[in-house]
Ligand binder design. Structure first.
Ligand code: 13P
Ligand code: SF4
Length: 351
């Protein structure tokens, strides 16, 4: 960490006092997360977004869809700031509103739309969240996907799961007892999603063809290799990993779950972790009494999470001190209204 920048960030935060609230996702760099008032996984950050109504500014150290959700969940008097506007998410970009509307038409033509509940991962645009709210669905995160799916199957017969096929498949198979055959993949780049009417009628889970560019790179071979290299190692992965990886692992969970699991682990135990590298490196530093290794050394950081760095954070905060509000994330009122219905549905799911 650059000490001069650290001093500038601390000074700007102190000058703003309770006017600013800084949220930080667990995948952020160490030198950025150090300035977060609250850190968390996507669910905790969504819950916390509205926790400080007195704060005029919410500086979101995370990615675009998280800042959009914070804007939807907070009052009109609060403004959400993303220190670098280029901090997007490649997975969220894999489902556009137009593509999802088209998919809904395909489901309607197959006669299944009225029996289908959309469940959208938090990692999606506000427009997709609004689509979800309009059609009676819910948002989910990696920590509550099983509760969200259970709820959805009480409302309808099928689920359209957007946009992460892996989280959808892993949750359906591991928690709802479905088989892989119950799931089909809708490819937005193919006519009718590449599916026949029969497939749409038979499927319980219609999974969008989206994935995380970081977690999608871990392989089953990585799991076998690390077990050979470190006998007795515990393999702990995020549910955005492919199904084979999750099936070969010992433990699966959200970033918050990964952190709690490491905290509860006995000294001397060994852990191979399949999630974003900033978090794995931090866990290795925080647990010197345990062996903590990255599941695959060739997988790199999430490049968009890493865009939020000290210079961007210093610039965003110092601008506020100077009275200039930069990089505000605003969701239009109509989109926000429906997206909030789907987000509120998630927040109302049983804990
Ligand atoms: P969680 O922190 O909810 O596990 O989300 C992981 C993620 O990929 C966020 O982009
Ligand atoms: Fe998106 Fe994956 Fe990065 Fe999370 S880790 S922000 S899902 S690309």
């Amino acid at each position: 960490a650059d000490p001069a920048l650290a001093e500038r960030i601390a000074a700007a935060k102190a000058a703003l006092g309770s006017r600013v609230f800084v949220l930080g996702h667990h995948y952020q760099r160490d030198d950025v997360i150090a300035f977060a008032d609250v850190t968390g996984d996507s669910f905790k950050l969504a819950q916390q977004a509205a926790a400080r109504p007195e704060a005029e500014f919410i500086v979101f150290c995370g990615v675009h869809f998280m800042a959009e959700s914070a804007d939807i969940l907070t009052g009109d008097h609060q403004r959400v700031i993303l220190p670098d506007m280029a901090a997007g998410c490649s997975m969220a970009d894999m489902a556009t509103w137009e593509q999802v509307e088209d998919a809904w038409d395909v489901l309607a033509d197959a006669g299944v739309a009225d029996r289908t509940i959309p469940v959208s991962y938090m990692n999606s645009s506000a427009a997709i969240k609004a689509f979800t709210g309009r059609h009676g669905g819910t948002i989910c995160t990696s920590s509550n996907a099983h509760v969200a799916l259970t709820w959805a199957f009480e409302q309808g017969e099928k689920v359209l799961f957007l946009p992460d096929q892996h989280l959808g498949r892993n949750t359906a198979v591991r928690h709802l007892g479905m088989s892989l055959e119950d799931c089909v993949v809708y490819d937005p780049h193919k006519p009718n999603g590449g599916l026949t009417e029969r497939q749409l009628q038979d499927a319980k889970m219609i999974l969008w063809r989206g994935h995380c560019s970081v977690h999608g790179r871990f392989t089953e071979q990585n799991v076998h290799d690390v077990r050979e290299r470190i006998p007795g190692v515990n393999v702990l992965v995020h549910p955005e990993c492919r199904h084979e990886v999750v099936s070969a692992a010992d433990h699966v969970g959200s970033t918050e779950h990964i952190i709690r699991t490491l905290e509860a682990a006995p000294a001397g135990s060994a852990w191979a972790i399949g999630t974003e590298l900033n978090l794995v490196q931090r866990l290795a530093k925080q647990h010197p009494d345990k062996q903590v290794v990255f599941l695959d050394k060739t997988v790199c950081y999430c490049s968009t999470m890493n865009r939020i760095d000290m210079p961007h954070l210093a610039w965003a905060l110092e601008s506020l001190v100077e009275g200039q509000v930069r990089n505000v994330i605003t969701v239009d009122a109509e989109t926000a209204r429906y997206a909030k219905i789907a987000l509120d549905q998630m927040l109302a799911l049983p804990g």
